[in-house]
Design a protein around this ligand. Structure first.
Ligand code: ADP
Ligand code: MG
Length: 813
């Protein structure tokens, strides 16, 4: 049993203020389990006595002070246990069964199996130095290694006779070695062999591998997998995978052969061989945590079989079944986790129900220079209904840029203020915070009288008292900031707008009742929780312009309810989009020039370069210099990239917004999600490198003013798939439709980095698995209704798996 897992849990518990939330289903259950397993390995009687005393405790029944003391004691104890009685940590030297057939039988081992949390060094063939290399790949424990899945498989399963070999494709033969010798083609020490079967002979060459000559003895039977090419009119096998056939399981040839992610110092053959032995020995040790009834009903493979087949599949069909099982696990655990998080904070701590002062809302809505769209109307009703509950709102509001989310959020903030609560509005950047401040002030000024200037404004006309709105960003001078902070603390400010700094640094609220967070993808789970910790368990509205298909949103954000503004205000222009051939580059520049002459401004977006932000910045500098010297020497261009200081970024943005620049050259990583109505042209370089949703986001940066706007896409040599994307973006304006298309083409990791969002990793699940996503969700909801704490016997292993996955996944603090 691993003292490390206990320490992690206790640390988490400590961070969360001893609220008994570190483990799914409560700490006691976990402790009982942990101690039952740990006790066996304590030999020292003195330690054993202390152990029994400590673990008799009923954590749930303790006061927070007692809990803190107890956790302290246990942490100390576990340190001693490790220091003085190393048997606690020492893993079994080998798994109990010699060579289980994966997935056929299970041992009666406790959940997780013995040793799965042990370091990989206990695996035969993994030395300390090798374990370091695996460590670089994120593989530290036996379990990690079991879940260290190949990127893909090479299909070497189709056997051919030598006479049937064709050039180009991957093929496998079995042959006899006639002769093998070292040669030096072009000075490279290599091995050349002639091999044959009953249909003919073929030459084989392995460049740079002279040592093979000795291994391939005459008459050895070998299997070769690889590609055949033509050399001087004859077929030659070039550096194929090889394997001498001695009746054992094949590892490198004649099957679906795994291709593992590698790092320096790991060789493919070595890893494959090692993994084969490892999987054969260990996959059977894994205990299936899915309740058997569920697994059978859904026709999923058993976990040991799924793991083993994901590495060394028997065939394509089984490989897919293995992936489905493992993907289901990921999605199911994800869904259960987010649902239980939601329950934890929604039901354990009541929020503040607001009285929906409808006359105030109506007055605000009537004061607007437009009528709300039907979608805005519906969403506002959903939000107001939430605010009236004592269960704090936790809602994700999706809507394209310009769909009118801010207006709706402002109405909600007004209701908070009318109830005597404060509202916070958070933006991802200072520029956007300023913009929101300006927008909200403008919306409020329609009816109320505006007073004050700078960073605090006050409006009469909505409430009996003046409504005060403030902006808090780094730009404000220290004295002003102090003043605002003081007023926020004293409850003098009703609505405060700023960046994440609002929750991170020293801002204390008098009575925070509603938090609005703009741009979900910049604002992870942790920040959301931090915000809740600001006290009063505020209602929370998270807004995003990233169109996430409903199923996916519900899965990844199962802790949020979902509202969608799926309609733009009337009269919005569409951005004319055109994919240009490389030889139309000149005319693209001419078009930019023409638009600028007509008084517009243009964005030029530099290509996405995978290597690093530094290289991308460098490339942008070069492109900027080329454009401003050679193409547009007479126009005013500015440059924006991630390596600039935020002050410099702001200065460039300000200058562009103020019309001081005609062209803004920028890297794609830069947030230009800002309203510049006069910008009417977006030119995107190497557009084939971007996904559809990204292209759509970029395009959304123009088309905000009255003038017709344009988006031009340049792509030098697009692949087949990229052409398809470019065709779609040319013809489709609807962000949701684009997102759906996008998801069909890409995986979830790419579309939505789960790593950053504080959720467990999705490795096997693809977003195109819509049916599986829905299945996992339905099953999770059903299970949650019957057994929300996963207390039933048949769900015990699942509860443990939940704890493990979620404790490892996130600093969910
Ligand atoms: P979002 O936050 O979704 O990007 P905003 O709320 O900032 O959108 O609205 C974008 C622009 O559209 C603003 O200028 C806003 O005043 C305007 N707007 C919002 N709702 C409507 C509507 N129903 N009809 C017309 N214009 C609207
Ligand atoms: Mg907006």
């Amino acid at each position: 049993m691993n003292a490390d897992s206990l320490r992690k849990i206790l640390d988490l518990e400590k961070q969360r203020g001893y609220a008994d939330t570190a483990v799914f289903g409560g700490l006691d259950k976990f402790l009982r389990n942990w101690s039952a397993r740990a006790v066996e390995s304590i030999g020292n009687p003195r330690l054993l006595a202390r152990f029994h005393k400590l673990f008799k405790a009923d954590y749930a029944a303790m006061t927070p002070e007692q809990r803190s003391q107890w956790v302290q004691d246990v942490l100390e104890f576990s340190g001693e246990m490790e220091g003085k009685d190393s048997t606690v940590e020492s893993p079994p030297q080998k798994p109990p069964r010699k060579k289980p057939v994966p997935g056929v039988k299970k041992t009666t081992a406790p959940a997780g199996g013995p040793g799965l949390d042990s370091p990989v060094t206990i695996v035969r063939g993994i030395s300390t130095s090798l374990s370091g290399k695996f460590g670089k790949l994120g593989v530290n424990t036996v379990r990690d290694l079991l879940y260290f899945f190949p990127h893909r498989h090479l299909d070497y399963s189709k056997m051919k006779f030598i006479s049937q070999l064709a050039e180009g494709e991957e093929q496998t033969i079995v042959a006899n070695v006639w002769q093998a010798q070292e040669t030096r083609p072009g000075g490279r020490r290599s091995t050349e062999a002639i091999v044959g079967d009953e249909t003919g002979n073929i030459r084989v060459i392995w460049f740079n591998q002279p040592y093979l000559a000795k291994k391939l003895t005459t008459n050895a039977r070998i299997m070769l997998s690889g590609r055949v090419s033509l050399f001087r009119g004859l077929h030659v096998f070039q550096s194929p995978e090889w394997e001498i056939m001695e009746g054992q399981d094949l590892v490198h040839t004649a099957r679906l052969v795994p291709v593992y992610p590698l790092t320096a110092g790991l060789r493919p053959r070595q890893v494959r061989k090692l993994m084969k032995d490892f999987i054969d020995l260990w996959a059977g040790q894994v205990t299936d945590f899915l309740p058997p009834e569920l697994r059978k009903r859904l026709g999923l493979l058993e976990l040991p079989a799924a793991i083993s087949q994901a590495h060394y599949p028997d065939d394509e069909t089984t490989k897919n079944k293995a992936r489905v099982r493992l993907a289901f696990d990921e999605l199911f655990l994800l869904q259960l986790g987010v649902m239980s998080k939601k329950r934890d904070w929604q039901e354990s701590r009541p929020g503040s129900p607001f009285d929906i002062k409808q006359p105030i809302v109506d007055k605000f809505v009537k004061s607007l220079p437009f009528t709300l769209t039907a979608a805005q109307d519906k969403v506002l009703k959903e939000i107001l209904a939430d605010l009236a509950q004592s269960k704090p709102m936790s809602r994700l509001l999706q809507g394209e840029v310009g769909s009118g989310k801010t207006v709706v959020a402002t109405a909600a903030l007004l209701v908070a203020a009318a109830n005597g609560y404060q509202g916070a509005f958070m933006a991802p950047t200072e520029i956007l915070a300023e913009q929101h401040f300006a927008t909200i002030c403008q919306l409020l000024s329609r009816l109320g009288q505006e007073e004050g200037e700078g960073y605090i404004k006050s409006y009469t006309g909505f409430l009996e008292r003046p409504l005060k709105v403030a902006l808090l960003i780094g730009d404000i001078k220290q004295a002003g900031k102090k003043q605002i902070q003081k007023q926020v603390l004293e409850g003098d400010i009703d609505i405060i707008i700023g960046t994440h700094a609002l929750v991170q640094k020293g801002v204390e609220f008098h009575k925070l009742g509603l938090a609005v967070v703009d741009e979900q993808h910049r604002f992870g789970v942790e920040q959301r929780s931090a915000l809740r910790e600001k006290g009063f368990n505020p209602h929370m509205l998270v807004m995003t312009a990233t169109p996430i298909p409903r199923t996916l949103a519900l899965t990844l954000y199962g802790d949020l309810d979902l509202s969608v503004i799926d309609e733009l205000p009337p009269g919005r222009q569409t951005v004319k989009t055109k994919w240009l051939k490389p030889n139309q580059r000149e005319s693209a520049y001419a078009f930019v020039r023409k638009q600028i002459n007509e008084g517009r401004q243009a964005f030029i977006l530099c290509p996405l370069i995978e290597e690093s932000e530094a290289i991308m910045a460098q490339a942008a500098v070069v492109e900027y210099e080329r454009l401003s010297r050679e193409i547009f020497p007479d126009l005013k261009s500015g440059l924006l990239h991630g390596r600039l200081s935020s002050a410099d970024k702001d200065a460039v943005m300000e200058s562009f917004r103020g019309g001081g620049l005609d062209i803004l050259v920028s890297t794609p990583v830069i947030e230009v999600g800002i309203d510049i109505p006069n910008a009417a042209v977006m030119l995107i370089e190497s557009a084939d490198r971007f996904g559809l949703s990204q292209l759509h986001q970029f395009r959304g940066r123009v088309g905000r003013g009255k003038e017709q706007s344009y988006c031009m896409l340049l792509a030098e040599n697009p692949s087949e798939v990229a052409r398809e994307r470019l065709d779609i973006i040319e013809n489709v304006q609807d962000g949701f439709q684009l997102a759906e298309e996008d998801l069909k083409m890409r995986g979830p990791g790419e579309f939505f980095g789960t790593r950053q969002s504080g959720l467990p990793d999705l490795r096997m699940a693809k977003i195109s698995d819509v049916a599986l996503l829905e299945l996992a969700r339905t099953e999770a909801i059903e299970l949650f209704q019957v057994d929300p704490g996963l207390d039933k016997t048949e769900n015990r292993l699942l509860a443990q798996e939940m704890t493990r996955v979620w404790a490892g996944a996130a600093e969910w603090s």
